[in-house]
Design a binder for this molecule. Structure first.
Ligand code: PLP
Length: 348
């Protein structure tokens, strides 16, 4: 399945000048401080981690988040801990419960576990239906909550997440994927980790920090839960990634500035779509959203690509909707022109 393809390993390299709003990346790229940190540590990279950059990163994040360093394991992106969490906590007798549509990588890991996969449709306002997810299977191993959700960019309330933790089957953990949380005004769930609850929170530097190609992320949880991930792989971190991530965390105002830039562009694009009679699904609050195209989304994607605008994909439950990522204002201007033309033309 296409969802199993690794990021950036597609053989289809887009022609120069293409608008790439298909992978929820950050067009702003790594911050200046991150690039300087990479230049600083690169000459030392003949050693695994001479300065303990990865440990310093975990300590910095823990201190900023009211956690202990042992609550944080650093990985080369959040895909690894996402997979390992699912492999560790699902099995043929412990299912994987996910919203639908949602980020599908966990589901593919659950297939490797030969776990039952239970897909629970989002609510009418595109939140996770936590009541239905918690009730879905008394033998659930993982209940996956992507907040904000990919692909819809919509939010699930903290109250609902807390409710799920308090009411889930005893043998299940909550896997809360906060890849996009910084782009929203929503509260995160790190305090629930500090409180010792049964959850693993995933964080990444691929989104607001613009480091998708540098690779850094965290699993944040109780040490006994994190220990369960270790048997699936304990790779050394690239020192460049650890140093760049710490520099990003320590850069004052970085998150707020980027959140505003991306939020302004999102609001402008959503306003334009509405004003032009296009239907956006739910109330997206991050750097991606879904448009109900009212016709086969794959045809729309192909027609957009022919105009040099790469948008994201459809989901099986919604074949007539396409995911679009928020790019720069210039990129979204090109998106608007192309999308209007494509939707005015006869379907391909
Ligand atoms: N989780 C979600 C919700 C994502 O959208 C992505 C990437 O698109 C990831 C996790 C994995 O990203 P990475 O491995 O770059 O941290």
């Amino acid at each position: 399945p296409s969802g199993m393809a690794l990021h950036g390993q597609s053989p289809n390299v887009p022609p120069p000048g293409s608008v790439l709003i298909n992978a929820n990346e950050n067009p702003l790229g790594p911050s200046k401080a991150a690039l300087e940190a990479i230049a600083r540590v690169a000459p030392l990279a003949g050693r695994y981690d001479l300065n303990g950059e990865t440990d310093l990163l975990a300590r910095t994040f823990a201190a900023q988040s009211g956690l202990k360093p042992e609550n944080v394991t650093v990985y080369a992106g959040s895909s690894e801990p996402l997979h390992y969490s699912v492999l560790a906590f699902t099995s043929p007798s412990k299912s994987f419960v996910t919203a639908d549509p949602s980020y599908e990588a966990g589901m593919y890991a659950a297939m490797t576990s030969r776990a039952k996969i239970v897909k629970v449709p989002l609510t009418a306002d595109c939140a996770h239906d936590v009541k239905a997810m918690v009730a879905a299977d008394p033998n659930a191993g993982v209940i996956y909550i992507c907040n904000p959700n990919n692909p819809t960019g919509t939010l699930t309330t903290k109250q609902d997440i807390v409710w799920a933790l308090d009411n889930k089957p005893a043998g299940a953990i909550l896997l809360v994927d906060e890849a996009y949380i910084h782009l929203t005004d929503a509260p995160d769930t790190l305090d629930l980790v500090a409180a010792g609850k049964d959850l693993i929170v995933l964080r990444t530097f691929s989104k607001i920090y613009g480091m998708a190609g540098i690779r850094c992320g965290f699993a944040v949880a109780r040490p006994d839960l994190l220990a369960k991930l270790a048997p699936f792989g304990q790779n050394a971190m690239p020192v460049t990634a650890s140093a760049a991530a710490r520099a990003s965390l320590e850069e004052p105002g970085l998150v707020a500035t980027r959140k505003k830039i991306i939020g302004d562009t999102r609001r402008d694009t959503l306003g334009w779509l509405k004003a032009n009679g296009f239907k956006v699904i739910g109330d997206p609050r991050t750097n991606c959203f879904m448009i109900d195209t009212g016709r086969d989304g794959r045809g729309v994607i192909a027609a957009m690509k022919a105009k040099g605008v790469y948008i994201g994909r459809t989901w099986p439950i919604w074949p007539n909707a396409v995911r679009v990522s928020v790019g720069t204002p210039e990129e979204m201007a090109k998106f608007k022109v192309a999308f209007k033309e494509v939707m005015a033309a006869k379907p391909m």
